[in-house]
Design a protein around this ligand. Structure first.
Ligand SMILES: Cc1cc2nc3c(=O)[nH]c(=O)nc-3n(C[C@H](O)[C@H](O)[C@H](O)COP(=O)(O)OP(=O)(O)OC[C@H]3O[C@@H](n4cnc5c(N)ncnc54)[C@H](O)[C@@H]3O)c2cc1C
Length: 412
């Protein structure tokens, strides 16, 4: 691929390639702290400093800069094109009706995390949840009880950096299950490869499917569009309490205002995703042991309880899923692999477009990420002529509109 890789963490950030996962901040120790940049996402700052700790290991673990399937890490799973390594596909739901109701899909990510602890396999789960002191933002917590793990149920379509708190995993007694977006999980895998102390303490990784992280400003816009004052917000929920659930805002008076998931996601949230997500090939958590998404392969009835699609990617993931099923934490069954493609029908085209977008960035002299064993060119070749032209001409236009030739975030 044409184009140069960023050579330091500040360059990753300046080049609009940061996913906001926080892995560099964990690896670099005190040299970097994650901050929420309202209109962009969470970023490692100070970005102006360039020293050894911001290249080396911090750069090596960055999923924004590079994603690679290493054959030795595939655990026997065949690489299935745009779906990554897949051993099996299930459709499942939590057997706890409250978790299933509050979960984004079937509450499966939560049920897997809770089961890891209640079965004694792990002593905690590293999860993202709403910040109790700032309900429009998220925090990362290592939860250790059924009650605290299940309280973190639900997708937060807003910036989150779970990897910045990998110190909690490394320092804990026993193992920790990790839940995060595909980029977060790819970063964890990179860190575990160079930090044996972390690898020893890691239970399975669970990725939630992700089409991109919207900024905090996007949530603020949604809140205002519902007529609620930002200062008066007590809680924000993006989904749940039904499937796929509504975007809901509660104000100090207790009043709850809402809009449908489709209204929130298809409008403001989609438009305000960070740039790196638009050139991401991994929307289904290819580097996880298990990944969980919505089974959109069929129409969902109005009051239907939630279900989750579960992709088994490693033997450790399969063992964790089967144990949760046999212990009654989950219910569900094996389903045909075609259901994956039927659930995410536009994914092949999206990945094809990603190849054209990265090519355009390289031709414009911008820094680009490197993807290895993550096939995309043949998907670009399969796009209709219009799709090919859009992936290049459209990217050129958007890159200029977004100012990709200028640093994404200025130094504080
Ligand atoms: C930004 C974003 C984009 C998404 N895009 C898609 C998509 O394109 N297709 C699709 O099928 N589904 C998408 N989802 C939904 C997600 O895949 C569903 O949450 C998934 O089906 C799991 O549902 P569940 O009921 O099993 O999870 P739950 O049981 O509700 O648990 C969700 C878990 O995810 C963790 N979590 C929530 N938000 C974040 C976050 N921002 N970063 C890291 N961890 C988090 C929570 O801590 C919790 O452990 C997206 C979610 C997010 C946050």
């Amino acid at each position: 691929m044409i184009g140069q890789l960023p050579r330091s963490i500040p360059e990753v950030v300046a080049s609009h390639l940061c996913t906001g996962c926080g892995a560099c901040a964990y690896v670099a120790g005190d040299a970097l702290t994650m901050h929420d940049v309202r209109t962009v996402g969470r970023r490692p700052l100070p970005i102006a400093a360039v020293n050894g700790s911001l290249t080396g290991d911090a750069l090596a673990v960055c999923p924004g800069r590079q994603l690679e399937h290493r054959p030795e890490a595939l655990d026997g799973a065949p690489l299935r094109g745009e779906w990554g390594p897949v051993l099996a596909l299930y459709e499942c739901w939590s057997t706890d009706p409250d978790v299933r109701h509050r979960g984004s899909s079937g509450g499966v990510a939560t049920a897997l995390a809770a089961h890891a602890v209640t079965s004694g396999r792990a002593t905690g789960a590293l999860q993202v949840q709403a910040d109790p002191d700032d309900p429009l933002r998220n925090v990362t917590v290592r939860n250790t009880t059924y009650e605290s793990i299940t309280a973190a149920t639900g997708s937060r379509y807003a910036p989150a950096s779970p990897c910045e708190r990998l110190d909690l995993v490394e320092q804990a007694e026993g193992r920790t299950l990790f839940v995060g977006k595909p980029c977060d999980v790819a970063a964890v895998r990179n860190v575990a490869a160079i930090r044996p102390a972390l690898a020893e303490r890691l239970d399975v990784t669970v990725a939630i499917f992700c089409a991109g992280t919207p900024s905090t400003a996007a949530t603020e816009d949604l809140v205002r569009s519902l007529g609620t004052d930002i200062e008066d917000v007590v809680s924000v929920d993006y989904r749940g309490e039904g499937w796929p659930g509504n975007f809901r805002v509660q104000s100090g008076s207790g009043e709850v205002r809402s809009m449908t998931y489709a209204e929130a996601w298809n409008g403001t949230l989609t438009k305000n995703r960070q740039w790196r997500c638009l050139i991401c090939p991994d929307h289904t958590g290819e580097f996880a042991d298990l990944s969980v998404g919505d089974p959109w392969y069929r129409e969902i009835g109005p009051d239907e309880p939630g279900r989750s699609l579960v992709v088994v990617r490693t033997e450790a993931g399969r063992a964790a899923l089967l144990a949760a099923l046999s212990d009654g934490a989950l219910d569900g069954d094996l389903i045909p692999l075609e259901r994956l493609e039927q659930s995410q029908p536009s994914l092949a085209a999206t990945r094809g477009a990603v190849w054209g977008r990265v090519l355009t960035m390289g031709l414009m002299g911008l820094r680009v990420p490197r993807y290895r064993n993550v096939p995309a060119l043949r998907l670009w070749l399969r796009l209709p002529l219009r799709g090919k032209v859009t992936s290049i001409a459209g990217t050129y236009r958007r890159a200029r509109l977004r100012g990709l030739n200028r640093p994404e975030v200025s130094a504080p």
